[in-house]
Ligand binder design. Structure first.
Ligand SMILES: Nc1ncnc2c1ncn2[C@@H]1O[C@H](COP(=O)(O)OP(=O)(O)OP(=O)(O)O)[C@@H](O)[C@H]1O
Ligand SMILES: [Mg+2]
Length: 175
C-alpha cells in the first residue's frame, strides 16, 4: 500500500477539527479512500467536493473497496447513482449533471441519504438542504499540472470526527 504523507491538523472554531492530508498520486488517494471505507459503516454519508479532475472518483473508488463493495467504480457520468453490493451497499452518486433541484426528488436522494447504504456523493454541494447535518465533508484541491492533492476533511458529527481522527493518527504514525 502506498504511503500517505502525514496530516496537518488545524483546530477550527467550535468543536470541529479540520484535518488536511496531501497525496501525491492517484494510488495514494485511493489507498486513503480504502482506509476510510474500512472505518465507515452502513448509513454513513461522505460528501465530496472539488473541481473537475480533482480526484473525487478516485477517492470514491477507494472508499467503496474499503467498505467491501465488489466491482470497479467508474465515474457515473450518465447515471446519477450506481449501487455496489458487498459487505455494505455503497451508493456512488454524482450530481455533476444535475441542473434542477427537482431532479434530486426524482432521484429519491433523500431516501438514499436516510437509508442503510454507505452514500458517497460527488459534487455534494448540489445536494443543498437534502444533505443531512451529520456527514463527512471532504474537499479535494489541486494545482494544475501536478499530482499533489490536498484533501481537507470536515467531519460533521462525532462519528465522523472519530473516523477522521483515526485516519489522521495513522497517517502521522506511518511517516
Ligand atoms: N494525487 C492524486 N489523487 C487523485 N487523482 C490524481 C492524483 N494525481 C493525479 N490524479 C489524476 O487526476 C484524475 C482524477 O480524476 P477523477 O475522475 O477522480 O476526478 P473527479 O474529481 O472525480 O472529476 P469529475 O468532477 O470530473 O468527476 C485522474 O486522472 C487521476 O489519475
Ligand atoms: Mg468524478
Amino acid at each position: 500500500m502506498p504511503e500517505v504523507p502525514g496530516p496537518r491538523p488545524e483546530p477550527r472554531a467550535g468543536n470541529i477539527s479540520q484535518v488536511r492530508i496531501d497525496t501525491s498520486s492517484p494510488e495514494q488517494t485511493e489507498a486513503l479512500g480504502r482506509r476510510l471505507g474500512q472505518l465507515l459503516q452502513a448509513g454513513d454519508i461522505v460528501a465530496l467536493s472539488g473541481d473537475l479532475g480533482a480526484g473525487k472518483t478516485v477517492l470514491a473508488r477507494g472508499i467503496a473497496e474499503g467498505a467491501g463493495a465488489a466491482g470497479y467504480i467508474a465515474s457515473p457520468t450518465f447515471t446519477f447513482i450506481r449501487a455496489y453490493r458487498g459487505a455494505v451497499t455503497v451508493y456512488h452518486v454524482d450530481l455533476y449533471r444535475l441542473d434542477r433541484p427537482q431532479q434530486l426528488e426524482d432521484l429519491g436522494l433523500d431516501e438514499l441519504l436516510d437509508g442503510t447504504g454507505l452514500v458517497v456523493l460527488e459534487w455534494a454541494e448540489k445536494a443543498g438542504p437534502l444533505l443531512p447535518a451529520e456527514h463527512l465533508w471532504i474537499t479535494i484541491r489541486f494545482r494544475n499540472g501536478d499530482d499533489t492533492r490536498t484533501l481537507e476533511f470536515l467531519p460533521r458529527g462525532p462519528r465522523y470526527t472519530d473516523v477522521v481522527q483515526t485516519v489522521a493518527r495513522e497517517c502521522a504514525s506511518s511517516r
